[in-house]
Write a protein that binds this ligand. Structure first.
Ligand code: P6P
Length: 352
């Protein structure tokens, strides 16, 4: 008789993994479940987006009479509501909000976790049916009790307790880590559950794909231009030229890099000295996931998770993906810096 494989839902997986932590008290599990729940609601709206004008307000009132809002604002509100009622989170910082939001309800104001959120990254892509995503991080609060503080959010990325993304693509997936590897769950709409589909994801040591907005090439530092030219050059031993794949939706580009291997880059450029991506809301969570899957995440010189943030919305150049590929671009950057330092050293002029 054909044995059917047991389907493990996200809730079952979270519960089973909680038993791995003898002192776990269930709050983190509750938070992850609440995020999964909000993701299902957002997914339903994202799937309808093609049928509803998502630019600005639609002028359509929903059943409760509220005006239907832009999808990313809807997503922001949905995740905030889900986290507020969970009682396990004392504050939220979101890419959609200038400052953080303390949750001061009786049972939440002393909760031990804070959450950072990019509620719908890449939302402009939805008009052309390109995959978009939600990105989140969970930290233990640093303040002891009462309303959360800015310092609760300005923690190094290495202090994340959990991080993940929901990818609203051809199927909807939730991929997350709590520091013990990375697991992927695919939403089965027929039962309304995220089911374990990609257990213990490991990123290949190297890859054949580089991902960068080639349109910015002329604005990059010379070292980055040289690395991109390296990727494009013929070399059979390293399988070059690599393929260029750039979707322009962070969750999609990272998800592909995670499963296939490769490198995703959003470097600094003329006019954007820190790149474009947000350190707290995009770089930290994606770096945690990539490292937990065996890859590497750098700002070109430093491990991204070691960076101490000073502002909620600060940006950071990012190079993440297969370890060997990130180390190669770091080598290009290091050699360029050493050459520049040498040429700046007095009396260092090279004689003919
Ligand atoms: P560019 C989407 O707007 C986003 O924030 C990320 O999802 C994506 O990686 C990046 O910007 C794309 O930026 O400048 O290449 O269009």
């Amino acid at each position: 008789m054909k044995t059917t494989k047991k389907v493990i839902t996200l809730d079952e997986f979270i519960y089973e993994r909680e038993r791995d932590f003898p002192f776990a008290t269930g709050e983190l599990s509750g938070l992850l479940r609440d995020i999964g729940f909000a993701a299902k609601i957002v997914n339903r709206e994202v799937n309808k987006a093609g049928l509803v004008d998502i630019l600005g307000t639609t002028g359509i009132s929903n059943t409760t009479g509220d005006e239907v809002k832009k999808l990313d604002l809807f997503a922001n509100e949905q995740f905030i509501t889900s986290l507020q009622v969970s009682g396990e989170c004392c504050g939220i910082a979101s890419e959609e909000m200038e400052t953080f939001l303390p949750i001061n309800t009786e049972d939440a104001k002393n909760a031990k976790y804070v959450v950072t959120l990019d509620p719908l990254d890449g939302s402009s892509n939805i008009d052309v049916n390109v995959g978009i995503g939600t990105i989140f991080s969970i930290y233990r609060r640093q303040s002891f009790f009462g309303p959360c503080t800015l310092e609760d959010f300005l923690q190094k990325g290495s202090r994340q307790v959990a991080a993940g993304y929901i990818f609203y693509g051809s199927s909807t997936m939730m991929v997350y880590t709590t520091g013990n590897g990375v697991n992927g769950f695919t939403l089965d709409p027929s039962i309304g559950e995220f089911c374990l589909s990609h257990p213990n994801i490991k990123i290949p040591e190297t890859g054949k794909i580089y991902s960068v907005n080639q349109g910015n090439f002329l604005k990059f530092d010379q070292a980055i231009k040289d690395y991109i030219t390296y990727c494009q050059s013929e070399d059979k031993t390293t399988g070059r030229p690599y393929s260029l794949r750039y979707i322009g939706s962070l969750v999609a580009d990272v998800h592909r890099s995670l499963l296939y291997g490769g490198i995703f880059m959003y470097p600094a450029s003329k006019g954007a000295p820190q790149g474009k991506l947000r350190l707290l809301f995009e770089c930290f969570p994606m770096s945690f996931i990539i490292e937990q899957a065996g890859g590497k995440a750098s700002d070109g010189q430093r491990r991204i998770l070691d960076i101490q943030p000073t502002e909620l919305h600060q940006k950071c150049p990012v190079f993440l993906g297969s370890t060997q590929m990130v180390e190669k671009v770091e080598e290009f950057i290091r050699q360029a810096r050493e050459a520049s330092a040498a040429s700046a050293t007095p009396g260092s002029a090279v004689t003919a």
